[in-house]
Design a protein around this ligand. Structure first.
Ligand code: RTP
Ligand code: MG
Length: 139
């Protein structure tokens, strides 16, 4: 499998709870190389656009409010099989269903506030990375 990239955010709950360092350590210890990294905050409009695919879902308003309420850490990560391996590392959407040792099992507090985002396809990883980073910010 060729080396490729995924996009992640450490969500506002995990930033508020002081887990930035521990989560980045787990990501790099799991073999992901950091290509781009920043502390930033999404506006309500940013969050609506980023999660537009969920606009018809009942949790959309709550999700937009949550994701824009405070800073996040955005990052682009590189590894063989990056998208799938990162989804395995973060665990199930609901931390109650997440496997032992996964980031969501360790650091998420609820289904809505689940500590981290991971892109679900190579195509979305590219779209989401470009949403947050310019070419000059990739290394
Ligand atoms: P993500 O996109 O954040 O990596 O999470 P995911 O693929 O595992 O889950 P997805 O279905 O894409 O949902 C996006 C985010 O919406 C929130 N959510 N809330 N209250 C609810 O029923 C509910 N369901 C999903 C979570 O923050 C989820 O990660
Ligand atoms: Mg998703």
């Amino acid at each position: 499998m060729a080396t490729n990239r995924t996009f992640t955010m450490i969500k506002p709950d995990a930033v508020e709870n002081g887990h930035i360092g521990a989560i980045l350590e787990k990501i790099t210890a799991s073999g992901f190389r950091i290509v781009a990294l920043k502390l930033t905050q999404m506006t309500v409009a940013d969050a609506k656009e980023f999660y537009a695919v969920h606009s018809e879902r009942p949790f959309y308003g709550e999700l937009v409010e949550f994701m824009s309420r405070g800073p996040i850490v955005a990052a682009i990560l590189e590894k063989e099989n990056a998208v799938e391996d990162f989804r395995t590392l973060i665990g199930a959407t609901n931390p109650a269903d997440a496997a032992e040792g996964t980031i969501r099992k360790l650091y998420a507090t609820s289904l809505g506030e689940n500590a981290v985002h991971g892109s679900d396809s190579d195509e979305n990883a590219a779209i989401e990375g470009a949403f947050h980073f310019s070419g000059r910010e990739l290394f």
